[in-house]
Design a protein around this ligand. Structure first.
Ligand code: ZN
Length: 425
């Protein structure tokens, strides 16, 4: 439970991907990892630990062995979650005198879960700094906006399948002026909170987030709920496990990507050159030739860690009758014949054997054959750098809700499994 408490604190401090990556970087620094910059040449020592950020939204950390290396052992997860993003001009003064925020969807969320609950705003500000730009994280950290439902009296079909229209139904309320005003009062509050001048804010990447605090609940405290369990739980487990491992003749690598929820095709997503470049540069830094690095890549293995769907108590019929998984029953290996999950017989067997030796229970998941299901980052990363890969995760409920639920015992299992993978996988 210590890990879980630590995770819930981390998740509460990570309303956006920028905060999550900054928090993970702080944890790595505290464990003695040195920060590298992509724009500098890299000097890499054997037996040392490093991390590199891309666009403050993705992170790759690695630990090198004391002597030469023969392969990479990679754990990949993602730090973004579905949310609403504020548009560049986001204050909307309605004719009726309301002050609303103009937002758009980021990722595929369960929209109804964002209504009628206190929300706040967090993200990053891009500031003028002389002739240059600086970036500042900001979190309003108060109940600031809310998306109100229409009363049932005006929307009788709300309980029989209602199609929310983002540009109509999902614009959050911030204030009431009585009369339209010039200027941006929310931007001024955000500037105040960040300790900067409103005039210096040239742009921003700001998101809404759910203000409801994390909760541990249920019989025997079996469950916990908070925002962004998918995929902060796996990202946290990876960064927690990495410093505990002592690599022998492999380089331990932890990659936390952004933009998984919108297809990964960005500068800092799994569909970028970030991982390939980092492995090439660290290999070169350790004195390996191009041929040696390619040989190491060929013998490498990846664990793509992204949460899985636990059987829903009210809808067990949505799940495959044999390949279904439950919370608190261990790490999930995900299978898909169409290779949306990269797992195959070999990578599944190897990971299961590893977990057996580490004393970690394993479950297997596949979708019903008439349900498409989701995909994740393993198969996308493999188009850039191909290696034996297993897709895993922890079983959770209500994926992509603003308030997700998972099992309190599983985080420890994942940390144990990832430590074993990096130590001997
Ligand atoms: Zn995910």
């Amino acid at each position: 439970m210590d890990h879980l408490r630590d995770f819930l604190t981390f998740a509460g401090q990570s309303p956006t991907v920028y905060h999550a990556v900054a928090g993970l970087a702080d944890r790595l620094r505290a464990e003695g990892f040195h920060e590298l910059r992509e724009t500098d040449p890299w000097l890499i020592d054997a037996g040392e630990k490093y991390f590199v950020l891309r666009n403050d939204a993705a992170l790759i950390a690695f630990a090198t062995p004391d002597t030469g290396f023969g392969a990479f052992r990679i754990v990949a997860a993602h730090g973004d979650s579905p949310a609403f993003k504020l548009k560049q001009h986001f204050e909307d003064h309605t004719r009726e005198g309301y002050l609303r925020l103009n937002v758009e969807k980021y990722g595929g969320m369960i929209m109804s879960t964002w209504l009628d609950r206190p929300l706040s705003v967090a993200g990053r500000l891009i500031l003028r700094s002389g002739d240059d730009l600086t970036v500042r994280l900001v979190n309003l950290d108060r109940d600031a906006v809310l998306i109100p439902n229409l009363p049932i009296h005006f929307n009788r079909e709300i309980n029989s399948g209602y199609a929310y229209q983002p540009q109509v139904d999902l614009l959050p309320l911030f204030g009431f002026d009585g009369q339209p005003q010039e200027g941006s009062r929310l931007l001024e509050e955000i500037a105040d909170r960040a300790g900067v001048s409103c005039r210096d804010i040239l742009s921003h990447d700001l998101f809404l987030y759910n203000r409801q605090p994390a909760s541990v609940w249920g019989a025997g405290d079996a469950f916990f709920s908070c925002q962004r369990i998918d995929d902060l739980e796996c990202a946290f487990a990876a960064v927690e496990a990495l410093p505990r491992t002592v690599p022998r003749d492999t380089v331990s690598v932890c990659a936390i990507f952004d933009n998984e929820e919108v297809g990964s095709a960005s500068r800092q997503g799994a569909d970028s050159n970030f991982l390939y470049d980092t492995l090439t540069r660290l290999g070169t830094g350790l004195g390996a030739s191009d041929g040696e690095i390619r040989a190491a890549m060929a013998g490498s293995r990846m664990v793509s860690a992204d949460n899985a769907h636990a059987v829903h108590p009210n809808h067990p019929d949505k799940y495959d009758s044999q390949n279904r998984v439950f919370m608190n029953q261990g790490v999930v290996i995900k299978h898909n014949a169409a290779q949306k999950y990269t797992t195959d017989g070999l990578s599944s067997a190897r990971f299961e054997l590893l977990c057996q030796r580490a004393g970690v229970p394993v479950q297997h998941f596949a979708n019903r054959s008439d349900i498409a299901g989701g995909s994740t980052l393993g198969n996308i990363a493999n188009t850039h750098i191909s290696m034996e890969t297993v897709d895993i995760g922890l079983a959770q409920l209500a994926m992509h809700s603003a308030y997700e639920t998972a099992g309190t015992r599983d985080l420890d299992y994942l940390i144990q499994a990832l430590s074993a993978f990096w130590t001997e996988g």
